[in-house]
Design a protein around this ligand. Sequence first.
Ligand SMILES: [Zn+2]
Length: 250
Amino acid sequence: MIAPRVRTRGLVLRKIPYGESSWILSLFTYHLGKLKVLVKGAKRPKSRFVSTFETFHVVEVVVGVKETREIQHVYEARTLVTLPELRTSYAKQVWASRLVRAIELLVPERAQSRGLYSLTERSLFLMVKEGHEESVFLAFVLKALRTLGYPPTLDRCVVCGRRVPRHLSPRRGGAVCSACGEHEPVLIYLPEPGIRTLQTLYGSSLGVATQVPDPGLLEPVLRYAEWVTGIDGLTERVLGPSPPPAAPAG
Ligand SMILES: [Zn+2]
């Protein structure tokens, strides 16, 4: 039986050499979610795909989809967006890599989430082109949690309704004040004005994040995400081996 072919837009998360001349790619796509594809002969200099698939490229692909197959086949491909800024900025590469690792960890294989795909692509473009990478990334994580079924309550203490909670409680599913937090087994502290910044990033459109100074809240928010999703080591794996780049003076 011929596998149905699906044309979709996707982000290249990772490429792994396969045999002498081929690549296996991990793609996050609009129509098919996250999946692995085999691109035969892509490493040959004359391959029509030779420079199509680089990490962080946005591509249009035609994929033959067979449910019984773990790795799908690519029949057509072209590059849509290349993000040349990433070649000249190590800091931007670090942030783009964090975004890719977050997707690899948070999104199950073949789970469809068009909303999450669009959020991912827009977050990547904003980080690369507009800056304020931490704010954009935080907005991405908070909005991704909502899409994945863990919407955090941030506008008030989940327990008593007070307006300026200072902690996150994974068990309560969001922010709690100090008094209510005393009884929580896991409590993640957010320094002021942490919660207000998170409220802004979560409640506004993604583009607003490029106006918000980086608040230094990446680690507590990732720890919260790690607890609610139950993904072991999420924080360290997303942050990666390199320290966050120093903010420019001024
Ligand atoms: Zn409270």
